[in-house]
Design a binder for this molecule. Structure first.
Ligand code: HEM
Length: 350
């Protein structure tokens, strides 16, 4: 999920302040509709407060619990191996569209039982809102969602969209607009975020052969490495909240939006000594890359699992690569100037 766009007036920073704000859903509400330039509905469960939030969350939980994900391990490994081998047949191509995005979309196709759609999802690129070109536009995503909704209503298949279309929230079947809201975030959530993870890992290990050798010789460090990559790459740097819940409100004040800065929490030197250094052995890594509190990323187990599989497959190949100068990375300003905000293009030499 790309950062939801809202015009913010204030930023909440620092590990403690960020966690406190994320827990305080009364003061910092998610009852807002972001991305107003490309959509007219709420992303769910993202843009609703407790207690209703909990109903969406618990209805969707069975798709994202650990056992539901880990049962696909063999399929994830096979797919990741195949896509890495295909990429390495011509490694001069940009990693983002030719390796990272295909890995992530194939994994999602496996989990959702929608492998027939993977090619189409890949064609949208890393950000669903720029599927038609640089101009933000929701038409491609929405045409897909409308189509799968009609299919789900007219079939008795057992795939994920069918299950969602017939899900009950508070005793009522989800509406078409709720279906849009849920599917939209299920397709956007694990896309650019996971692409940044895979690209960021290749970038770091390509620049740092000592870390690569360490993970190969001590695979028990892979779990702490996954957490450190999540902290350092913080794929969603911040998210908006509103100090004035929007449902049913008129005369909404300007300046109601605040940003909660996950990245400031993840680079808080009080919590993470030497925060701009990637330390794959870092202990007690209480990062907020998945947020915190009731809206903590529902895809967190999936994301961690995908990253772990990717690392295991990559390291088992014993490859040597370096980062090519055509790589384009946008860095944060000031004290985070060495930390990638967006990895736009990644080229490697093998
Ligand atoms: C490394 C990968 C990922 C990162 C860093 C990430 C990050 C986040 C963050 C920070 C939030 C909280 C937003 C907030 O508090 O407003 C969130 C929520 C969410 N994420 Fe992820 N995410 C990742 C992968 C995924 C995946 C793979 C999926 C599913 C396919 C997913 C689906 C969602 C959903 C549905 C929510 C809303 C949860 C709620 O509001 O209760 N995410 N994610």
């Amino acid at each position: 999920m790309a950062v939801v766009k809202v015009p913010v007036s204030r930023v909440i920073k620092g590990h403690k302040a960020v966690r406190d704000a994320l827990r305080d859903t009364q003061t910092y509400s998610s009852d807002l509709q972001g991305d107003a330039d490309v959509r007219t509905y709420r992303q769910l469960p993202l843009e609703v407060d407790p207690p209703r939030h909990h109903l969406y969350r618990s209805a969707l939980a069975p798709i994202f619990v650990k056992p539901a994900i880990e049962k696909h391990e063999a399929a994830f490994v096979l797919s990741t191996k195949k896509l890495l081998a295909e990429f390495l047949s011509d490694p001069s191509r940009d990693v983002i569209p030719h390796l990272a995005l295909p890995i992530v979309m194939h994994n999602l196709g496996i989990l959702y039982g929608r492998e027939q759609d993977v090619k189409e999802w890949i064609s949208w690129g890393p950000d669903v809102w720029t599927a038609t070109g640089p101009q933000r536009d929701g038409s491609v995503l929405h045409a897909y969602i409308d189509r799968v909704y009609r299919e789900a209503m007219n079939s008795d298949s057992d795939d994920v969209w069918h299950r969602i279309a017939y899900m009950e929230i508070d005793g009522s079947q989800v509406s078409e607009i709720e279906f849009r809201g849920i599917v939209s975030v299920m397709l956007a959530g694990g896309r650019d975020t996971m692409v940044k993870m895979i690209a960021g890992i290749l970038w770091h290990l390509g620049n740092n052969s000592a870390d690569k050798a360490m993970l190969i010789s001590q695979p028990q460090l892979i779990d702490s490495a996954v957490q450190e990559f999540l902290r350092y790459l913080t794929p969603i740097p911040w998210m908006g909240r509103t100090t004035f819940p929007e449902t049913g409100a008129t005369n909404l004040p300007e300046g109601r939006y605040v940003n909660i800065s996950f990245v400031s929490g993840n680079f808080d030197p009080e919590i993470f000594p030497d925060p701009t250094t990637i330390n794959l052995r870092r202990e007690r890594n209480a990062h907020v890359a998945f947020g915190f509190g009731p809206h903590t990323c529902i895809g967190n187990h999936l994301a961690e699992f995908e990253v772990r599989v990717f690392l295991q497959v990559l390291l088992s190949m014993n490859l040597s690569w370096s980062i090519s100068p055509d790589t384009a990375i946008l860095y944060y300003p000031d004290e985070l100037a060495s930390v990638p905000l967006v990895i736009e293009k990644l080229f490697i030499s093998v």
